[in-house]
Design a protein around this ligand. Structure first.
Ligand code: SF4
Ligand code: SF4
Length: 161
């Protein structure tokens, strides 16, 4: 009971401090200083190993923030499917629309974590061989919709005009 009261009171005090002194407020300047002083560790935006290198994220990005980098050595993912490129995300051009993640086929078609994310892709562990050999469970309409974005880099521009 004592602990409960202590935690309760600490919570009240912290909230009062926040309201009065904005003690935990983080401003753009704080973030900028942290970056300049090397106190911010950049996060990974692409999970390079499970990414299949399809280029869909690059096609779908409305600000051209993603380019496809040629791999030194192409990687055969499964028979007949070779990864030749991986995406590189330029955060300075990113508007955080999440299209790249949401249209990544590993997420959109297979329901797994996308292998690109504008903030932090995190740990993505996928058994690609097992995954790619499974049938895709998705309606034809949705498949057509997603496919056109993945395969045609001009479609967003066409829709916006
Ligand atoms: S989240 Fe950023 S990188 Fe991804 S599609 Fe949108 S603008 Fe491009
Ligand atoms: S859409 Fe997904 S799988 Fe395709 S290149 Fe981009 S991150 Fe990799």
């Amino acid at each position: 009971m004592k602990n409960f009261i202590r935690v309760f009171l600490e919570g009240i005090i912290n909230n009062v401090k926040r309201i009065i002194f904005a003690a935990d407020r983080v401003t753009d300047m704080d973030i900028r200083n942290r970056i300049l002083e090397g106190r911010v560790t950049p996060t990974d935006k692409v999970a390079e190993v499970p990414c299949i290198g399809c280029g869909g994220c690059s096609n779908v990005c409305p600000t051209e923030a993603i380019y496809m980098l040629d791999l030194d050595e192409p990687v055969e993912i499964i028979e007949g499917m070779v990864k030749k490129q991986i995406p590189v995300l330029n955060s300075e051009k990113c508007i955080t629309c999440y299209y790249c993640h949401d249209f990544c086929p590993l997420y959109a078609l297979f329901g797994k974590a996308g292998t690109i994310h504008p903030n932090d892709v995190g740990e993505v562990e996928l058994d690609l061989i097992e995954l790619l050999e499974k049938p895709i469970k998705i309606s034809d309409d949705k498949l057509v919709f997603i496919s056109q974005y993945l395969s045609d880099s001009t479609i967003i521009k066409k829709r916006e005009t």
